[in-house]
Design a protein around this ligand. Structure first.
Ligand SMILES: [Fe+2]
Ligand SMILES: [Fe+2]
Length: 184
């Protein structure tokens, strides 16, 4: 069993790996190359259906626990919670566009690339804000009892990509991540 802080770091590391893959897709699209949209769809699906659906609500619960302890921290937490909301919106728009492409609908590629890039930029910004500003502020006010309380209160489903068993819907993405690991 991972602690909450370990889990948080793990989630963020995993998300960063997927966002790096999507950044690479943005670069390919900008040079006019045709990227693997199936793989892209899996990465976006994971982020919107797992990260947006479980990681962020799980963080919202952590934020709620620490609400009212420190003004700066409250500000950062409220801002991050707003970003969670915004990312859901961007993610569902993007998922819809990818779905259209996979179903051979004609979509202007430059518009699609802008949308993908905005999604990636917002996600990366958010991770950075949580890691560099929110977490240090939160760690300053948190004590052992807080973590014990949260460990008991919070639960979440098995991760369908980075967990012990992988869902078939992410099979291509999983292979890609294994390959990327080997080349490091
Ligand atoms: Fe978050
Ligand atoms: Fe996060």
């Amino acid at each position: 069993m991972m602690t909450i802080l370990e889990q948080l770091k793990e989630d963020h590391d995993n998300l960063s790996r997927l966002l790096a893959i999507l950044e690479q897709k943005v670069r390919k699209l900008r040079t006019g190359e045709h990227p693997n949209f199936g793989l892209m769809a899996e990465a976006i699906d994971y982020i919107t259906n797992f990260a947006d659906a479980y990681h962020h609500p799980w963080e919202n619960e952590i934020y709620k626990h620490f609400q009212g302890r420190d003004e700066q921290l409250d500000k950062a937490m409220n801002y991050c919670a707003d970003q969670h909301h915004e990312m859901i919106h961007l993610g569902s728009e993007l998922a819809e566009s990818v779905d259209c492409i996979l179903h051979d609908a004609v979509i202007p590629m430059d518009q699609f690339t802008d949308r993908l890039e905005l999604f990636v930029v917002k996600q990366v910004e958010h991770l950075k804000l949580e890691d560099e500003e929110l977490m240090p502020a939160l760690l300053r006010v948190a004590n052992t009892v807080d973590w014990q309380t949260l460990e008991k209160a919070l639960s979440r489903p098995e991760d369908p990509l980075f967990g012990t068993t992988q869902s078939r819907r992410y099979s291509e993405l999983y292979q890609q991540l294994l390959l990327a690991n080997e080349s490091f």
